[in-house]
Design a protein around this ligand. Structure first.
Ligand SMILES: [Zn+2]
Length: 291
């Protein structure tokens, strides 16, 4: 009898009802958040490595294989993944993850988007055609994404709907607790120059200013005339630091730093940068770097 019960338990655990939800996340922060919400109920594959520029990823066979097996595909949206996601979805031939189905989660639908243009435009190579896609550095938006993600996981795996929603509530409570700590840090009124438009959400919520950008447009390297103009304005406006990220080439930030005597600060751009292990440690690290 005991043997039969053990066998039944093994069979039940192997059945689809007990299988973890297979999540494919494009970016590290999305995979990390999915783990916070799904814990042991999800099996996560993250496509983009922390060393890669998230604006210029190419589809690979291993990514297609992961997408083919996925129960849910989670992505940043705002066209950040436009270079590889359409190819991936076409090749994966997995209807579950197609737009309109519960297995397709565009995280940007929950967010208040900054720099939204009147009409989508990749003008002169701009890699932010639908507005600023880097909302994961915004605590208020992350709370919305956490709630939205839990709601979507609850649809994919109805048996654990309450579990996902409770985990999202816990995540959001932790964000609120951390916000009190982060708002005590001295970021208000600071003036930075940034390599890329990564910090606009953070600037709005923590009341600092971005005076200018090394890139002439998001994704477009600066001309020498732009660099000269930037050096002039940095010297005039007294920027506190040049903010850059670890995957960016440091030649121009170093050059501008040497010509202006302002510090070059490498800021984590996603979970995993600077050895950060989750969204909270990434944000701790970002705020410390800016401070
Ligand atoms: Zn960008």
């Amino acid at each position: 009898m005991q043997k039969i019960i053990v066998m039944l338990c093994i069979l039940m655990m192997a059945s689809p009802a007990f299988a973890a939800v297979k999540v494919v996340a494009t970016l590290p922060w999305i995979g990390s958040l999915a783990k916070e919400i799904g814990k042991d109920k999800v099996d996560i594959t993250t496509l983009v490595k922390i060393s890669q520029d998230p604006h210029s990823i190419e589809a690979k066979p291993s990514m297609i294989a992961a997408a083919r097996r996925a129960d849910i595909l989670m992505y940043n949206g705002l066209d950040l993944e436009v270079g590889y996601l359409p190819i991936l979805m076409e090749a994966a031939k997995n209807p579950a993850i197609n737009p309109g189905n519960v297995g397709n989660l565009n995280c940007s639908i929950f967010v208040d988007v900054l720099e939204k243009p009147a009409a989508p435009c990749r003008c002169n190579g701009d890699v932010h055609p639908l507005g600023n896609p880097h909302y994961h550095l915004s605590p208020s938006n992350m709370k919305k994404v956490a709630t939205g993600m839990a709601g979507q996981l609850a649809k994919v795996d109805q048996a654990h709907a309450d579990f996902y929603r409770q985990n999202a509530q816990q995540f959001n409570a932790k964000v609120d607790a951390k916000l009190k700590e982060w708002h005590n840090r001295k970021l208000k009124g600071k003036k930075f120059t940034a390599q890329h438009k990564y910090f606009e959400y953070l600037a709005k919520e923590f009341e600092f200013t971005i005076l200018g950008y090394l890139e002439e447009k998001p994704g477009i390297p600066p001309s020498s005339a732009h660099v000269q103009a930037l050096i002039y304005s940095i010297n005039k406006l007294k920027s506190d630091a040049i903010l850059t990220t670890e995957y960016h080439n440091q030649t121009i930030p170093r050059f501008i730093s040497s010509k202006t005597n302002i510090k070059r600060t490498v800021v984590p751009h996603d979970v995993g940068a600077g050895a950060t292990k989750d969204w909270f440690t990434m944000m701790d690290s970002v705020i410390k770097a800016l401070e």
